[in-house]
Design a protein around this ligand. Structure first.
Ligand SMILES: C[S@@+](CC[C@H](N)C(=O)[O-])C[C@H]1O[C@@H](n2cnc3c(N)ncnc32)[C@H](O)[C@@H]1O
Length: 317
């Protein structure tokens, strides 16, 4: 059973200003909650192109979105290939060889079923093979990182992507343990992490393996690299007036989102000693909300996993 509670569903969809005859892209189909809402607002000419790299999400969505018929096009892909995917679809118009769509949504991270299905190896709560791939056909797994990467690289992943302050101690313990025998399961890894963290810290701030597991998951799926590429592509592929809605779940994603969107906002680039602006300060995007939107109390009561969600919306000029 594929059950994911969609986060900021109305807000992110409203943010796109869906037009009946527009072409929209959901880059993170998942449980198809946003996709179903967007598709329900389309008329006979409107289209939704929904992407995911996870076969399981796509199989589930095929059924869930069947009633929308050919208004919805499902594509298995990594969203970092957004521009090429759109270029290959005949219903997407192009301007100067660049595909043009009316709205693009990102709802980043993993879906609840990916996380809760022990076999996928994302969770420290289920003992399972150390996998963590969203795309089951990708080559890199968490087991490969843990068992073959140099100690410093493992520490970097835990520190940079997991914001784990005991990253070096944990990486040291992992390397010590794998010298005895390979680390195959999430349970073994969670125990090693627990041992590496000082006892006093272990008792505070949630599960001791939470940050390290986040770091590994981000590395396995190159989540930040893919998002960075995809957000630049999204800005290129929006038609004038088109909007992008982005939901992030941790500070690393939100920082990238904010910096990239800000880099397209117009500001004067004239040298400081010019008495008047001659550049026009024209940007390519306008921010719809300066501060990110966050879920209200009601949503958080129904879905505590929404706690860290932040929504940023911007419009192409
Ligand atoms: C949080 S879920 C989306 C939930 C969805 N909005 C809903 O309402 O059910 C994120 C989804 O994006 C997918 N995903 C994450 N990174 C991706 C990437 N780089 N390329 C394609 N799909 C990705 C995951 O496989 C997952 O299914």
């Amino acid at each position: 059973m594929f059950h994911h509670i969609t986060v900021l569903k109305e807000e992110a969809t409203e943010g796109l200003h869906v037009r009946e005859d527009g072409i929209y892209v959901d880059c993170t189909l998942g449980g198809a909650g946003h996709s179903a809402l967007i598709a329900s607002r389309l008329g006979s000419q409107g289209r939704l192109i929904a992407l995911d790299q996870d076969d399981w999400a796509l199989d589930n969505a095929k059924e869930k979105l069947a009633s929308f018929g050919d208004k919805v096009i499902l594509v298995k892909t990594n969203f970092r290939d957004l521009e090429e995917v759109l270029r290959a679809l005949p219903m997407v118009p192009q301007r100067d060889g660049i595909p043009q769509v009316d709205g693009i949504l990102f709802d980043l991270g993993v879906s609840s079923p990916q996380f809760d299905e022990g076999e996928r190896g994302f969770s420290y709560n289920h003992d399972a093979p150390l996998d963590m791939r969203m795309d089951q056909s990708a080559e890199l797994t968490a087991a490969e990182i843990v068992n073959t990467w140099p100690e410093q690289e493992i520490a970097r992943v835990l520190f940079q992507y997991g914001e784990e302050k005991f990253s070096r101690r944990i990486a040291g313990k992992i390397v010590e343990r794998r010298a005895l025998r390979p680390i195959h399961s999430t349970g073994e890894l969670a125990d090693i992490i627990k041992e590496a963290i000082p006892a006093a810290t272990r008792r505070t701030g949630g599960h001791p393996a939470k940050r390290s597991f986040q770091g590994l998951r981000i590395a396995v799926n190159d989540e930040l690299g893919a998002f960075e590429e995809a957000l630049h592509a999204a800005v290129r592929c929006l038609a004038p007036g088109g909007r992008v809605s982005v939901i992030t779940f941790h500070s690393l994603e939100d920082r990238i989102c904010k910096q990239i969107l800000n880099s397209y906002v117009g500001r004067c680039t004239c040298p400081p000693d010019f008495p008047l602006c001659v550049c026009g300060g024209e940007g390519q995007m306008r921010l719809i909300n300066r501060k990110p939107l966050t879920p209200g109390e009601e949503e958080l009561t129904l879905n505590p996993r929404a706690r860290s969600a932040k929504l940023r919306i911007a419009e192409k000029l």
